[in-house]
Design a protein around this ligand. Structure first.
Ligand SMILES: [Zn+2]
Length: 215
């Protein structure tokens, strides 16, 4: 899942309005920011395989440190604890914990059975990715609802608050179209670099959110 994770971050503003959108977006995409690091370190493995369905071109051979549910709960607890330590904002910390764990649950819907609880456990995944248009419908639907929620909760203080938000949404839609229609990167290393670059969405979200205020 891709923009579905961002949808969780945007909608989270409803439940933790005082948290920056940057912190809220970082939660549901955290696992996909750790994953490329572990790929580059050689601790986790993925293969790029030919398939007419672009959603099935990555074969997740092993990723229990970034995407095993037990580890995910650990990452969620670590991030939520650090966040609470810095901000003392309990609602924000809870929403962040749920946001990190939501990643596993949403991946569970779309992934083939390749998600684990821990390194030796059996594999889970409902495989919605096999149905390309249904997957896109679900993700775009969630994304649309989340934009509506975030817009309802905040309003632009200035032009940056308006256009940086529109740009954020537009960029994600373009990136999603790329993931859904373009060929995959030619090597795992390139794939990991592209995945790592998505961390830039966090400061972008923080920046646009700073130029918006709560309604
Ligand atoms: Zn993931």
């Amino acid at each position: 899942m891709f923009i579905g994770h961002y949808a969780v971050g945007l909608a989270a503003k409803q439940f933790a309005p005082r948290s920056s959108l940057g912190a809220l977006i970082a939660a549901p995409i955290l696992l996909d920011l750790l994953w490329p690091i572990f790929l580059l370190l050689g601790w986790e493995q993925v293969s790029i395989v030919p398939n007419s369905n672009p959603f099935l071109r990555l074969q997740f051979d092993s990723y229990p440190i970034s995407h095993g549910l037990i580890a995910v709960i650990g990452w969620a607890t670590l991030y939520a604890s650090v966040y609470f330590g810095v901000t003392r904002y309990l609602s924000g910390a809870i929403v962040i914990w749920v946001g990190v764990v939501s990643h596993w649950l949403m991946d569970f819907i779309v992934h083939q059975p390749d998600l684990q609880l821990y390194a030796q456990s059996r594999f889970f995944g409902l495989g919605l990715w096999r149905h390309r248009w249904l997957t896109m419908g679900l993700e775009l639907g969630l994304f649309a609802v989340s934009i509506w929620v975030y817009q309802r909760r905040t309003k632009a203080k200035d032009a940056i608050g308006r256009f940086a938000f529109v740009g954020f949404v537009g960029f994600l839609l373009l990136a999603y179209a790329g993931a859904a229609f373009a060929p995959p990167p030619s090597s795992v290393k390139k794939l990991a670099m592209v995945a790592l670059l998505t961390c830039l969405m966090v400061p972008w979200a923080w920046w646009l959110d700073k130029h918006r205020e709560l309604i």
